[in-house]
Design a protein around this ligand. Structure first.
Ligand code: NAP
Ligand code: ZN
Length: 352
């Protein structure tokens, strides 16, 4: 074991503060990474404040962060994928049982025994896993991703969650040319959904509560922008969407969007508000519309997404911050005031 520096929350109402955490010494299959950048996902905030208590209660102290990019500093004797000095990335998953049907099908992110990067049972330490708001992390090579060399590293970190979480359902629903696709909420996930929708050749419509984001939405790749403060703006789109990706982090009216789907259209929820959302059966029975959900993506899909981003020069739009501004960033996230992902420059962790 060695001690790493980290920012942790001691309770649901505590600000995040500097601390030290134990990290395991690299086992033969492990890669040790010096973390250079870590994105701030809204899930980090939900978890730090125990907002998902009914489903996955938070164990304190919690060190959030699952959008990790860094450099390999050590490899175990059985590691073949990485060498010291390589760039490497870690997303939301650090382990799975490898033996269940989901793992065997290449869906380790749906493994009932999957270990998330933070707040998951850590079989090595007997405690919980600690995330990327830290200067180092040690991860089994199976869950470590290769980083395209041509991309900006700060803009690459958010691909590890915001990127894969939008990529995976959009691929599954064959978002592409000739499809009309909606993205609800223009935050970290939403802006990646817009970039991918554009890259796949779909007609992309952004639904935003923030009139000030309309010009950015177009710059990011949207063909149309609907400001949802005025619900009448939704009406001309009724029954026209093939697919809608809902990335909203708070309570909102799902049925207004379900009514925009064409027959057989699908709305996929990736946003995870604290409270359950209501589905009006009339919004889905007419036209046999469906609502479903999606959680991140597999490791293979994540690598495919990273490689695609390398080939197409796609990264997240980031506001890079020192870690000392983490709590302020959380408050701004709650106000939808981020363009479009906060990313921590981990060099700041070494400042006195
Ligand atoms: P974010 O950057 O805060 O973006 C969320 C966006 O939702 C905001 O920018 C805002 O967009 C919109 N919004 C916020 N409050 C709203 C309200 N009351 N009514 C309507 N719209 C509202 O968050 P994120 O990091 O993208 O994460 C979004 C959600 O996805 C979170 O709940 C997070 O936990 C979840 N998530 C899920 C997965 C998964 O695997 N399923 C992975 C990562 C994150 P506008 O300003 O454009 O309205
Ligand atoms: Zn996330």
């Amino acid at each position: 074991m060695f001690q790493a520096k980290a920012y942790a929350a001691a309770s649901a109402s505590s600000p995040l503060a500097l601390t030290t955490i134990p990290r395991r010494d690299a086992t033969p299959h492990d890669v040790q990474i010096e973390i250079l950048f870590c994105g701030i996902c809204h899930s980090d905030l939900h978890a730090a404040r125990d907002e998902w208590n009914r489903f996955m209660p938070t164990v304190y102290p919690i060190v959030p962060g699952h959008e990790i990019v860094g450099r390999v500093t050590k490899v175990g004797s059985a590691v073949t994928k990485f060498r010291v000095g390589d760039l490497a990335a870690v997303g939301c998953l650090v382990d799975s049982d490898g033996t269940c049907a989901a793992c065997k099908a290449g869906h380790e992110h749906f493994c009932m025994n999957a270990t998330f990067t933070y707040n998951g049972p850590d079989k090595h330490t007997g405690g919980v896993t600690y995330g990327g708001y830290s200067d180092a992390v040690v991860v089994d090579q199976r869950f470590v991703l290769k980083v395209p060399k041509n991309l900006d590293l700060a803009g690459t970190a958010p691909l590890l969650c915001a990127g894969i979480t939008t990529w995976s359902p959009m691929r599954q629903h064959k978002v592409g040319k000739g499809k009309k696709v909606g993205v609800v909420g223009l935050g970290g996930l939403g802006h990646m959904g817009v970039k991918f929708g554009r890259a796949f050749g779909a007609h992309v419509v952004v639904f935003t509560t923030s009139p000030g984001k309309a010009a950015d939405a177009r710059r990011l790749g949207a063909d149309e922008v609907v400001v949802t403060k005025d619900p009448a703006q939704l009406l001309p789109h009724a029954g026209t969407f093939d697919f809608i990706l809902d990335t909203v982090s708070a309570d909102h009216d799902l049925n207004a969007y379900l009514n925009l789907l064409r027959p057989f259209g699908n709305l996929t929820l990736v946003g995870a508000p604290a409270k359950p959302l209501a589905v009006d059966s009339f919004a889905v029975i007419f036209g046999r519309r469906s609502v479903s959900g999606s959680n991140i993506g597999s490791i293979a899909e994540t690598q495919e997404m990273l490689d695609f981003c390398g080939q197409h020069g796609i990264t997240a739009d980031v506001e890079v911050i020192p870690i000392q501004r983490l709590n302020e960033a959380y408050e701004r996230l709650l106000k939808s005031d981020v363009r479009y992902r906060f990313c921590i420059d981990m060099a700041s962790l070494q400042r006195p």
